[in-house]
Each structure stands twice: as C-alpha cells, then as structure tokens.
Design a protein around this ligand. Structure first.
Ligand SMILES: [Zn+2]
Length: 298
C-alpha cells in the first residue's frame, strides 16, 4: 500500500522535470531573434555577429541609397515584428523615426556608431564612419552587446561570433595600411565626387579632393571638365574617381590631357548583391583598396 502512495509523488517528479527542460527548450526554439538593420553594411555586421540565432532584415538593401530612402509600407511591418532595430546613427537615417512611430514598434533602437567621435561636414556629423575599419570594430562591439541584451541566453554565442569577426577586421585593417604604405607619399591623393571617404582619409592617409564646381548629383558639363583638368594639373593628382561622369569621351579627355588615371568604382554607402564586387563589408573594403592602389601605384 505504501508503494501506491508514493506513485503520485513520482508522477509529479516525472512531469516536473520535463516541464523545466521544456522551458529551456522553448528558449532555444522560440526561433531566431528578429532584428532589423537600416542598411546593408550594418546588416552584414549583424549577420556576422548573430549567426543563425538572429534573423536580420535589411531595410535599404544592396545598391540602395540610405540617405534618401523612402520607406515602403512593408517596412513598417518589418519594424513592428522586430525586437531590435540597428541603425548607423549620426543622422544617416533621417526617415527612420517616423517609420518606427507609424509602426507602433516597441523595438529597442541601437546606433552602431555609439562611442565613435564623429567627423564633421560643416556643422553636421559625417555619417560614413564605417569607412574606417577601426570604427567598424566599434560597430561590431555595439551590435554584439545589443544582441546579447536582447537575447541574454545567446549572449555567449554572439560574443564568440564577434570575436571571430573582429579578428578578421584586424587582418583587414592591416591589409589596408600595408597597401597604402606601398603608395608613394606624394601620390596618396585622388579627386573624387564621393563625399563618403572622410573617415577612410583620416584613418589611412589618402586625400580625397572634391572636383571644383562639380555637383555630386548631376552629370558634369564640358566646362566642369575643363575645371577638373586644371585642378588635376595644379595639384598633381595621380588619379580620379568620377562616377557622375558617365560619358566615356569626357573621361578619355581628362585622362589624355592630364595623364591622370581613371579609377574604377569605389563603394561607399552600400554593398552590392551576391554577384557584385562588394557583397560583404570585408569585400567592399578589399575592392576599394585594390581600386585605389592600382590607380595610385607608380
Ligand atoms: Zn553617403
């Protein structure tokens, strides 16, 4: 008879143990953490740190322009479903706060540039801080901490992923410095319509000079070209990266009259699709450094 009385207690123990185990299982099986990244570069960092335990949705995808983005209705849904929204900050995503408001989102918003001292363009912060790999390390550390705070059970997993990725960024930073060290000092300058390389210039010592009187928005005119030619000669600029001159005859004229090399594409604000030159941040930096060194080498 006494054995029978014990039975309910045993049953209680049997059911209690799986319930406890189930809770743990549920923590794991709740699915990956929903994260929204404002644009492709921050999205790439978040994927590297989050691995399979994070589902990253990027608002401004490959080849998109984060400066002038117009959110689509689907973006509000993405934000409403997110637990964490990772942005660049420094005023890059001017369109974001209204989107978050209209989505009624309770997501935590984290600026990946937190702790970086901004360079200034006039009185505004220059948002392109990711162009220095040293800053990219800070982005990654911020993302690691934000993911860990949003999903504490996976904090250790994120920490280990971040560690591995940060080691790759260290290698990348060394690559950039070594590549630039091989360019003669006097040749470390280009004319570029990009205003996105301020942090790169400050970190690595390549001067980016804006072409005189040329708007970054419109196609350069014949008179603009004459001005650029004078500028190249006066400043002895070895190479130009002028992406808003699409007319190959104008480019040939610049090259013929100055001897300056015409550089290839530099990627600044966006990654490319899988098949492009810069599907990841690391690919982007490697591509840019290759384009710069081949244009500036003796
Ligand atoms: Zn930009």
């Amino acid at each position: 008879m006494r054995r029978l009385q014990l039975l309910p207690i045993c049953l209680a123990l049997v059911t209690a143990a799986p319930a406890w185990a189930q809770d743990r299982l549920q923590n794991r099986s709740q699915g990956p953490l929903n994260v929204v990244a404002s644009f492709s570069i921050v999205g790439d960092f978040a994927r590297n740190v989050g691995g399979e335990r994070v589902s990253v949705t990027t608002l401004v995808g490959p080849d998109g322009d984060v400066h002038v983005y117009a959110p689509a209705p689907a973006d509000a849904k993405k934000i409403a479903d997110a637990k964490l929204v990772i942005i660049n900050g420094f005023g890059l995503e001017g369109w974001l706060s209204r989107l978050v408001q209209s989505a009624g989102s309770k997501a935590v918003i984290v600026a990946a540039t937190d702790g970086i001292a901004p360079l200034k363009i006039g009185s505004d912060a220059d948002p392109h801080a990711w162009q220095s790999v040293v800053n990219a390390r800070i982005y990654v550390a911020n993302i690691r901490d934000a993911l860990g705070a949003a999903a504490p059970a996976d904090a250790e997993f994120f920490r280990a992923n971040a560690e591995r990725y940060l080691a790759k960024l260290d290698v990348l930073d060394r690559e950039v410095r070594e590549a630039i060290a091989r360019i003669p000092q006097a040749r470390r300058k280009v004319i570029s319509t990009h205003d996105a390389f301020g942090y790169f210039a400050a970190a690595y010592g390549i001067e980016f000079i804006a072409p005189l009187g040329v708007s970054t928005e419109s196609e350069a005119s014949a008179r603009d070209i004459a001005g650029i030619i004078t500028q190249i000669r006066t400043l002895r600029i070895p190479a130009v990266f002028l992406e808003n001159i699409s007319d190959p005859r104008l480019m040939r004229r610049i090259s013929a009259e100055t001897g300056a090399r015409i550089g290839g594409t530099l990627y600044s604000d966006s990654l490319t699709g899988e098949k492009g030159d810069a599907p990841t941040y690391i690919d982007m930096v490697r591509h840019n450094i290759k384009a710069l060194t081949s244009a500036l080498a003796n």
